[in-house]
Write a protein that binds this ligand. Structure first.
Ligand code: TYD
Length: 215
């Protein structure tokens, strides 16, 4: 049958990344309002989390009392939370033509576990290939921020979780790691200065998302 009715909007998978305290949640909120106005069905999610099972895994990962957790256990737990989120939420939503926006995704594992913990990016991708089932974000925004600035912003909050309690060197490796993977994936990862005013970052994100939607 001819006509425009049969043309389905294709789904889009957007992720936001950045060191702790980089302002991702504000931008996610603004972007989701924008896409909703444009008529998109939005699915907002976060990692680790986003499903009942993944939120339970999150509690274990971030529990500051579990100091004995090995780096490999940490990597596998993030991947398990991700496997459930991909299977239960992200894949079905994209198949229905929705816009999925995730606060963190695979790049966080590449940077925090691969570089921060020193497990290696290749190991991270290998383990995560089972969780991702071929899925990758269409576009990723990196809110770039120096480790010290991120920690300063976070310390204003009440309690620091197990990851936030890592020393400043760890967070420096994370910030540097993000720049490295952005360089390696210039076609997907858009790096932005996280210290810019939020309106400026918001406009830049909208522009890039528009470009992606028109591709
Ligand atoms: P969260 O409270 O979501 O941090 P933020 O508010 O800064 O985004 O906690 C998630 C923590 O887990 C954060 O410190 C980054 C870390 N993380 C990893 O180490 N690996 C991963 O794969 C993901 C998704 C997060």
């Amino acid at each position: 049958m001819k006509g425009t009715k049969g043309i389905m909007k294709k789904g889009i998978f957007i992720t936001l990344e950045g060191p702790d305290g980089s302002g991702k949640s504000t931008q996610i909120q603004l972007l989701s309002e924008y896409l909703t106005k444009k008529g998109y069905d939005i699915v907002l999610t976060r990692e680790p989390g986003g499903t009942a099972i993944s939120e339970e895994i999150r509690k274990v990962i971030l529990n500051p009392e579990l100091k004995e957790m090995t780096d490999m256990t940490e990597l596998l737990l993030y991947a398990s939370a991700r496997a459930q989120l991909v299977g239960e939420v992200i894949k079905p939503a994209l198949e229905q033509g929705k816009a999925v926006i995730s606060d963190r995704f695979i790049d966080s594992s590449a940077v925090y576990q691969g570089i921060g913990r020193g497990l290696g990016i290749e190991t991270v991708y290998e383990v995560n290939s089972y969780a991702l089932q071929g899925l990758m974000p269409d576009i990723t925004f990196l809110l770039d921020l120096d480790a010290e600035e991120g920690i300063k912003r976070k310390k204003k909050q009440a309690e620091l979780d197990r990851m936030e309690q890592q020393d400043v060197e760890f967070h420096q490796k994370v910030a540097e790691g993000y720049r490295e993977i952005a360089k390696r994936n210039p076609e997907r990862i858009i790096r932005m200065d996280g210290t810019l005013p939020r309106e400026v970052i918001c406009d830049m994100i909208r522009e890039k998302v528009e470009e992606q939607l028109n591709k």
